[in-house]
Design a protein around this ligand. Sequence first.
Ligand SMILES: Cc1cc2nc3c(=O)[nH]c(=O)nc-3n(C[C@H](O)[C@H](O)[C@H](O)COP(=O)(O)O)c2cc1C
Length: 189
Amino acid sequence: MKKLLLIYASYDGHSGKISRHVSQHLQSLAQVQVDVAELKDGSEEFRLENYDSVFICAPIRYGFHLSPAAVFAKRQHHRLNTMHSIFCSVCLTARKGEKGKKTSQKYITKFLDKANWRATSALSVAGALYYSKYTWYDKMMIRFIMWLTKGDTDTSQDYCYTDWKQLESFAQSWQDTILEKPLQSALIK
Ligand SMILES: Cc1cc2nc3c(=O)[nH]c(=O)nc-3n(C[C@H](O)[C@H](O)[C@H](O)COP(=O)(O)O)c2cc1C
C-alpha cells in the first residue's frame, strides 16, 4: 500500500483543516495510507524515506509563508528533491482566481527557490478570514488589505473562500498519480 504524508504549518488553523480535508478524501478513495502532522518549528523528523509522496501545506502572512514550513523545506530539500512532493500554498490572493494567479504563483516560486526545493507540483488554495480570532492589530491590517483588494471588510463575520471540491479533485489526481501515472513535473495551477 502506498504511504502519503501531509504536513502543515498554520497560524489560525485553516491550513490544518485543508490538509485534513485532503487526507479524509484520500482515505475515502482507499488504497493509500495517509499520515497528517503539524509543523511547530520545522525541526520535526518524519522519516520521509518511508513515504511515497509528501504534501507540505503553509499559509501566507504578510507576504511570507509561515516559518516552520520554510525551515522544514530548507532542511529537507535534498530528500524532498528525490521523491514525489507537493507544495500547497494557502492565501487570500488565491480567492481572486485568474486575477490573483500571478501573485499566488510568485509566492510559491519565492518559497520553493529559497528552500532549494524542486517540488513535483504546487497548488495555490484560497484560505479563510477569521476576523473573530485576530488580534486588534492583525484585524485592522487584514481588513485594510481586504478593503484595498475589494474584499470582505465586515469584521463581525468570518469568511471561508476555500473551494473544497477543488481540493477533492486534487486529492483524486494525486492518488491517480501515485498509483498509476508517471510522475508529473508540471505545476498544478
Ligand atoms: C495577519 C494576516 C496577514 C495575512 N497576509 C496575507 C498576505 O500577505 N497575502 C495573502 O494572500 N493572504 C494573507 N493572509 C491570509 C491568510 O493566508 C489566510 O487567512 C489563511 O487562511 C491563513 O491560514 P491559517 O489559518 O492556516 O493560518 C493573511 C492573514 C492574516 C490574518
